[in-house]
Design a protein around this ligand. Structure first.
Ligand code: C2E
Ligand code: MG
Ligand code: MG
Ligand code: MG
Length: 283
């Protein structure tokens, strides 16, 4: 920026860094208010079982309808919630709310909840989970926790024992965004995840022509050998779905099926899938 601009505009006295810090403080304050006032919402996106052609359940995805800024996506506020530690309280709300809502669904359907690294490391996660299950009456095996590889960075021994502790509660554990970390294979070998969620970046390039399907096949083969199910994230096209089915991927999730939707739309979705299942059985 030129000297003249700096003198003429207020930018000179308010460098971009200060502006960023101010916005962060404002967002943090707004997050605290949203925690206090119940200002978050859960959306749900279907997880579909390709092998049995049926709905498996839904992933709960948080949304923040901000009073002045409109809907804010988790990609925008989860990082700040992590840094400030506010994610622990937000995560408690997500767990309670997701379990409460899932009890209204048919009993074969599961709910998946994202657990961020800070939340995973904080003391009391298992008691929060037990409380959410106890208060809602949801069967533990209907709750699936999604964690990412970054939880392993802290301390692998501690992480493994924490994971076994959670497993002992009867909940399922999925490895989210698989393939985006840097040493994925060793984590896969160290812990028996129930499910591996193959990151969207591997699905995006999936066409008959390229070699992306070879990567999918390698992951599904490996996961199967280790006794884990696989789910492909971000499936948008029928072609991707067919390749995934062929390459042995058991579950899919993505806009092809549905975007994440509000709770009041779930009954309709669940009914649609039941209808598809019935007609598949008739065919
Ligand atoms: P994620 O757990 O990997 O969730 C999948 C994300 O992909 C969601 O973004 C979803 O809306 C999006 N998605 C689903 N299907 C498609 C598709 O076909 N195409 C494309 N382009 N995107 C698709 P969303 O809801 O914005 O969430 C982003 C991330 O924020 C999540 O990634 C998760 O890491 C985090 N997150 C969301 N809710 C929570 C929560 O309650 N707690 C925590 N700790 N993190 C959360
Ligand atoms: Mg997830
Ligand atoms: Mg994911
Ligand atoms: Mg992802």
């Amino acid at each position: 920026r030129s000297k003249r601009e700096g003198k003429a505009g207020h930018h000179f006295f308010e460098p971009a860094l200060d502006e960023q810090a101010r916005m962060r403080r404002e967002m943090e304050l707004d997050l605290r208010l949203a925690i206090r006032d119940g200002g978050f919402e859960l959306y749900f996106q279907p997880l579909y079982n390709l092998r049995d052609d049926c709905l498996q359940g839904f992933e709960a995805l948080i949304r923040w309808p901000h009073p002045r800024r409109g809907m804010i996506s988790p990609a925008e506020f989860i990082p700040l919630a992590e840094e400030t530690g506010l994610i622990v309280q937000i995560g408690e709300w997500v767990l309670r709310e997701a379990c409460r809502i899932a009890t209204r669904w048919p009993e074969n359907l599961t709910v998946a909840v994202n657990i961020s690294p800070r939340q995973f490391a904080a003391p009391g996660l298992s008691s929060t989970i037990l409380q959410a299950l106890g208060q809602s009456g949801l069967a533990p095996n209907r709750l699936e926790l999604e964690i990412t590889e970054s939880v392993f960075i802290a301390n692998i021994e501690k992480t493994l024992s924490a994971l076994h502790g959670l497993r002992d509660l009867g909940v399922k554990i999925a490895l989210d965004d698989f393939g985006t970390g840097y040493s994925s294979l060793s984590y896969l070998r160290s812990f028996p995840f129930d499910k591996v969620k193959i990151d969207r970046s591997f699905v995006r390039d999936l066409t008959e022509e390229g070699n992306a399907h070879a990567v999918i096949r390698a992951i599904t083969t490996l996961a199967e050998a280790l006794g884990m199910a696989t789910l492909a994230e971000g499936v948008e096209l029928p072609e991707q779905c067919e390749i995934l089915r062929r390459e042995g991927c058991q579950f899919i999730q993505g806009y092809l099926l549905s975007e994440p939707v509000e709770e009041h739309r779930l009954a309709g979705l669940i009914g649609d899938y039941a209808e598809i299942e019935r007609s598949a059985l008739r065919a």
